[in-house]
Design a protein around this ligand. Structure first.
Ligand code: NAD
Ligand code: MG
Length: 298
């Protein structure tokens, strides 16, 4: 655990990758079985009431960045509905316990975001259980590397787009019917939107789409007093990367190409989502906040 509130050198705040980072699990994977276990702020995130009384949905909330966001939102005072896949129950249970420890309400609603009915149910359940919806953090995503377009199947191409783009459309559409002025939507794009890897053809394309979707929707709903922004992480140590997101052999150097020279941890992403969810960012909409270890972006 690193105390993020003390002055320190960001190049050494978290470890560089090494041989111990080389590991594989079947997607979607369990974070509790990773070495090292990603830091999602479980021991460190300190809330200051910035989201007091808010009602939030977080997708991909069992592990990685979504888990860090769910913990941070709850410690800032929000009730949080958690979306994740049924296979991830063991990770999700830990998040439920952490949110309850923070004294907030939580609803765990596993399901498949490729299913429109499930996406709509996330919104109706949040409204029913919490009495409304003010914050939607779309964090879930699918990333499977394929080296040659000849081997990229229609099935994978379709699943990556359904998970990363269609689900966003379905959840945002349902959420906007419920959201009042002051509400905030935060999507999750990637450095891959600007610097696509050749082996992430389908994934990188969805992340560019998410950036554009965010900027278009932000303008559409601005007059309703609703803000829409995105966070663009760089290489972050999460289950996504060890479940087919990257070839196993590159994991020992994961994040080394960034100016800060190391992978990010989910705990370092959460404050960006909190900022965009809270009225502190009241004049920010249609923006992409890059948290990528210092790589220049357009
Ligand atoms: P993660 O594996 O911890 O989270 C991804 C989550 O997506 C899973 O936990 C799962 O709950 C959810 N998910 C995937 N398919 C789903 C489906 N069909 N239905 C329901 N849920 C589904 O990994 P992460 O890295 O924290 O990923 C979170 C987001 O961050 C993703 O959108 C990813 O593209 C983005 N991102 C990650 C990195 C990185 O380096 N880790 C970099 C840039 C962007
Ligand atoms: Mg997971």
């Amino acid at each position: 655990m690193t105390d993020p509130y003390t002055l320190q050198d960001p190049t050494t705040q978290y470890p560089k990758a090494g041989p111990e980072f080389e590991q594989q699990q079947k997607a979607p994977g369990l974070q509790k079985e990773m070495t090292p276990v990603p830091d999602c702020g479980e021991e460190s995130y300190r809330g200051t009431g910035r989201l007091a009384g808010r009602k939030a949905i977080v997708t991909g909330a069992d592990s990685g960045i979504g888990r860090a966001v769910a913990i941070a939102f709850a410690r800032e005072g929000a009730d949080v509905l958690l979306s994740y896949l049924p296979e991830e129950e063991a990770d999700a249970k830990q998040v439920v316990a952490l949110i309850e420890e923070a004294g907030r309400k939580t609803v765990a609603l596993p399901g498949d975001l490729k299913d429109k009915t499930y996406c709509e149910k996330l919104v109706s359940t949040a409204v029913q259980e919490f009495g409304g919806l003010d914050i939607l953090a779309n964090v879930a995503g699918k990333q499977q590397f394929v080296k040659d377009i000849a081997d990229l199947t229609d099935e994978q191409f379709d699943e990556t787009f359904k998970t990363n783009v269609y689900s966003l459309f379905w959840i945002c559409k349902a959420a906007l019917k419920q959201m009042k002025p002051g509400s905030s939507i935060i999507n999750t794009t990637s450095i891959q939107a600007y610097k696509p890897s050749p082996i992430l053809l389908d994934y990188a394309t969805t992340k560019a789409a998410i950036n554009t979707f965010t900027k278009s929707l932000a303008q559409q709903v601005a007059s309703k007093g609703i803000r829409v922004n995105a966070v663009a992480p760089g290489p972050v140590w999460t289950p996504l990367q060890i479940t087919g997101g990257q070839p196993q052999e590159v994991l020992k150097e994961f994040g080394s190409q960034t100016p800060l020279g190391r992978p990010g941890q989910p705990a370092e992403m959460a404050p960006a989502y909190v900022f965009l969810a809270s009225p502190e960012s009241s004049y920010v909409s249609g923006e992409t906040l890059n948290a990528n270890g210092g790589t220049p972006t357009p």
